[in-house]
Design a protein around this ligand. Structure first.
Ligand code: ATP
Length: 235
């Protein structure tokens, strides 16, 4: 679905990502783990096209997209869900969700996508007329992910969906992410710092440190990786 080869990118002469290679096969949940400042946000921005690729390639469904504009990538189904705080706080849940469907042409399809979102997140249905700014932290994250689902993603890139959530809500959020993957058949790139939970639902993971991939492997094996133990699990 997504194949990244030797990707370098950054800001005005400051290179952040250094020869990053990563593969997201269709139907899977792949995780990119990294501490603060590792380059996760830069990676997501480079994938969605708001940060320029300096060198390397990004293949999406077999086609190079590294020099394509953001709207092209969205139309092709590469959808980046920023964290929940980037909702429009004075608009209702339903209005925020609808914004995610701006590339969808027919009303029937939009209705169908609302159903998909409300099936996975019944809480959003209960609160569809509530202003997004008054939702709890967890509900805001659900709304941000729901907005991404409204766009009919082929690949959903989730930006720290557990940020600011309690351990219990984090667990619930991860179950919902698994549901999106399994019931809607959406491929997911999950960018996270909560490593233990993330490795429970992902099939394969990559560890980013100062812009480079320093470890990778099947999730079950990464749990035993010494870099993961030292840096993330405090073992
Ligand atoms: P966090 O989890 O804290 O959000 P991150 O892994 O997402 O961290 P990035 O935000 O990608 O990391 O930052 C990686 C590096 O790029 C940092 O050293 C940061 O200072 C730098 N950086 C980020 N944005 C810019 C920018 N607009 N201009 C210059 N440097 C930037």
């Amino acid at each position: 679905m997504l194949e990244i080869n030797n990707l370098c990118s950054g800001y005005r002469g400051v290179q952040v990502l250094n020869e990053v290679s990563l593969n997201v096969p269709k139907g899977e949940i792949i995780t990119l783990i990294g501490a603060n400042g590792a380059g996760k946000t830069t990676m997501m921005r480079t994938l969605s096209g708001t940060v320029e690729t300096m060198s390397g390639t990004i293949l999406f469904q077999g086609k190079p997209i590294e020099f394509r504009p953001t709207h092209y990538r969205v139309e092709k189904g590469l959808i980046h869900c920023p964290e929940g705080r980037e909702l429009f706080p004075n608009m209702t849940v339903e209005e925020n969700l609808l914004l995610g469907a701006y590339t969808i042409k027919t009303k029937d399809k939009i209705r169908e996508n609302f159903e998909k979102v409300y099936n996975v997140f019944p809480r959003l249905y209960e609160r569809k007329s509530q202003r997004a700014g008054t939702l709890s932290g967890g509900e805001q994250q659900m709304c941000a992910i729901g907005r991404g689902v409204m766009a009919d993603p082929k690949l959903l890139i989730l930006d720290e969906p557990s940020l600011g959530l309690s351990p219990k809500l984090t667990e619930e959020m991860f179950v919902l992410i698994m549901q999106i993957n399994q019931t809607l058949k959406t491929t997911i790139l999950l960018v996270e710092q909560k490593v233990a939970d993330t490795l429970e639902i992902a099939t394969y993971g990559y560890v980013l440190q100062t812009g480079r991939i320093v470890a990778e492997g099947p999730a079950a094996e990464l749990k035993n990786n010494s870099i993961i133990h030292k840096a993330y699990l405090g073992i």
